[in-house]
Design a protein around this ligand. Sequence first.
Ligand SMILES: C[S@@+](CC[C@H](N)C(=O)[O-])C[C@H]1O[C@@H](n2cnc3c(N)ncnc32)[C@H](O)[C@@H]1O
Length: 339
Amino acid sequence: MASTQLTPHRRRPRYAGKNPRKFEHKYKEHAQDSETLAKVRAAGKTPAGLHVPILLPQIMRVLAPQPGERAVDCTLGSGGHAAALLEAGATLLGLDQDPLEIERTEARLREKAAPEALIVKRMNFAGLPRALAEVGWEDGADVILADLGCSSMQFDNPSRGFSFKHDGPLDMRMNPKRGVSAREMLRKLSASKLQSLLSDNADEPRAEILAQALAGTDQVSTTAFATAIRAALPFRFDEDERETTVRRVFQALRIAVNEEFTALDTFLNQLPACLRPGGRVAILTFHSGEDRRVKHLLRDALRGGIFSETNDDVIRPSAEEIRSNPRASPAKLRWAVKA
Ligand SMILES: C[S@@+](CC[C@H](N)C(=O)[O-])C[C@H]1O[C@@H](n2cnc3c(N)ncnc32)[C@H](O)[C@@H]1O
């Protein structure tokens, strides 16, 4: 006999107060209805599930995309920089390894772009030469942008497990369909491997003590892991030092889980061959491990005559930009022009 039982109607989760505070309660913003997004922006806030593009005018100035030029945004995110490249009239190839966000971003960009002006591929930017060949741009692009690290959509979504500010599974994968989660990685790491990972990926001064306490442990959630990190530190540490350490350990583990340095090194080695003569590249970095790599590549390529120009001093966000978007604070912009 067929069951007559119907799925019970489930109410939206309720929240206390007039406005939703938690990520999962901001359902109207997640739906990305343009009226709601405009209201949130007009109130000087960033809608949940979106990312504010950093150093946008400066990046557009150095990349100077011209109508009809080939532009690649290697890190599409929520498409803030990509939208500006499209508005300038470039034909855009957008890449991102995140399968969860890329479809929403593509749909938003397609609302404003001519169909032939936008190609989107879910892939790691380490495969840039293959992506270029697949769209018939094997002789290179005119403009390449990489805005490294994670997006706000990834950080703010508790279920992605990137941030210790929200309770969620300790995952941290930008592509959750690939590789192992941070929980799995930590469970299998030896103390010596974890120590090197903390030093190499985040210059963590307390790497040895932390590695002894944390290697091989099973940390189910982001907040439980943050508590374990704080507890591993000597008693004399104040709250600021403990929070900075938690941030560095999360950063180090995220870099390892996503093999970020391997992808960046591969990308940088291939970069000169991916630009046409006169082509421009801009790279936004967020910590010293990234910036060191970019600085060396650009400087060596300038000395070798591959690039004709690059910036001596990094471009940093203004105090005003940092005030309105604190996540911009560690950003450093480097650029170069292919000879
Ligand atoms: C900082 S966000 C980019 C934000 C974007 N510029 C915007 O305006 O919205 C970085 C994005 O790069 C992606 N990403 C990071 N490393 C990547 C890699 N190796 N290959 C492809 N995408 C990557 C992340 O998934 C994330 O969506």
